[in-house]
Design a binder for this molecule. Structure first.
Ligand code: C2E
Ligand code: CA
Ligand code: CA
Ligand code: CA
Length: 275
């Protein structure tokens, strides 16, 4: 059956198959994964550190193949990027998430912000703005609840083009987050000119006690630039308490919740409501 929210992907190799063989197999199996309904979305809660209430979720793509089992996105996303399949799959992700958001709104759940990861390859699509606009319209998605996450490195490598697209998305009312922040050496100077609203600090800085100096300077810088800060990869109460002391606004990580199926997310929200 489906995964129960834990990040325990099955290995898809039984023995010493080479990476190249794996890659070819993955490429083949991914080709009709969309038509075979092998993709689904998990939602990982993000909480406000002030209220400890869920404020939003990050949508994370899952691929379950009948023989390979659940394959890690770190394995298959590079393949769908390389083959260009990310364009069609990326549209499917956004459509699925926006459709689900509308269902939750209609069912009277407290409205949550929802963050969708955008691949650097999608940012290079000249029709990306039109595609996103169409999906929002088609699904009745209110853009103020939507966030896109873009990794710091992809932003830096493709600064000019990415900046143009992000500006347009912001104009539509969508918020932009820099993902894995701290791993790509952005300067304060660069950050000031990028059209972003949120910094998601990479879990390396949350989990390593020796990196607290870096973490604190990121928080200080974010405050000056009036950016919202989300701490990723919070796995312990100590980390959560520390972040609270530092006036970090939001947190996400296994200590709060693993990524959840939509049904499990509904239970999570219901449990918080009845507290
Ligand atoms: P990411 O965007 O940085 O997503 C966060 C990853 O960290 C997720 O892994 C999540 O399960 C994991 N995580 C969350 N909390 C913790 C924690 O406390 N400790 C640890 N060790 N890990 C935690 P996941 O789902 O395996 O995704 C891996 C990467 O694959 C993502 O990193 C993202 O770069 C990519 N990805 C996933 N879904 C999508 C998608 O829909 N579109 C695109 N373009 N990329 C995606
Ligand atoms: Ca992300
Ligand atoms: Ca991240
Ligand atoms: Ca990452």
């Amino acid at each position: 059956g489906k995964q129960q929210g834990k990040n325990t992907y099955r290995f898809y190799t039984t023995d010493m198959e080479s990476d190249i063989t794996n890659n070819i197999r993955l490429k083949m199996e991914l080709r009709n994964a969309l038509e075979k309904n092998q993709f689904f979305i998990h939602y990982q809660p993000k909480v406000s550190l002030e209220s400890e209430q869920i404020e939003g979720v990050e949508a994370l793509l899952r691929w379950e193949h009948e023989e390979l089992g659940l394959v890690s996105p770190n394995e298959f996303i590079p393949v769908i990027e390389e083959t260009g399949m990310i364009h069609a799959i990326g549209e499917w992700i956004l459509k699925t998430v926006c459709t689900q958001h509308k269902v939750w709104r209609d069912q009277g759940y407290p409205t949550l912000k929802v963050a969708v990861n955008l691949s650097p390859i999608q940012l290079k699509d000249p029709d990306i703005i039109e595609k996103i606009t169409d999906i929002l319209q088609e699904t009745n998605m209110e853009p103020e609840w939507l966030e896109f996450e873009i990794t710091e490195t992809s932003l830096i490598e493709n600064k000019k083009e990415a900046t143009k697209i992000l500006k347009k998305l912001r104009k539509m009312g969508i918020r932009i987050a820099i993902d894995d922040f701290g791993t790509g050496y952005s300067s304060l100077h660069l950050l000031k000119r990028l059209p972003v609203d949120i910094l998601k600090i990479d879990r390396a800085f949350i989990q390593d006690n020796d990196d607290h100096a870096i973490l604190e300077s990121i928080l200080e810088m974010a405050k000056k630039l009036q950016l919202t800060v989300v701490a990723e990869g919070v796995e312990t109460k100590e980390q959560l308490d520390y972040l609270k002391d530092q006036y970090c606004q939001e947190a996400q990580g296994f200590f709060i919740s693993h990524p959840l199926s939509k049904e499990k997310l509904e239970s999570f929200v219901n449990a918080q409501l009845s507290r």
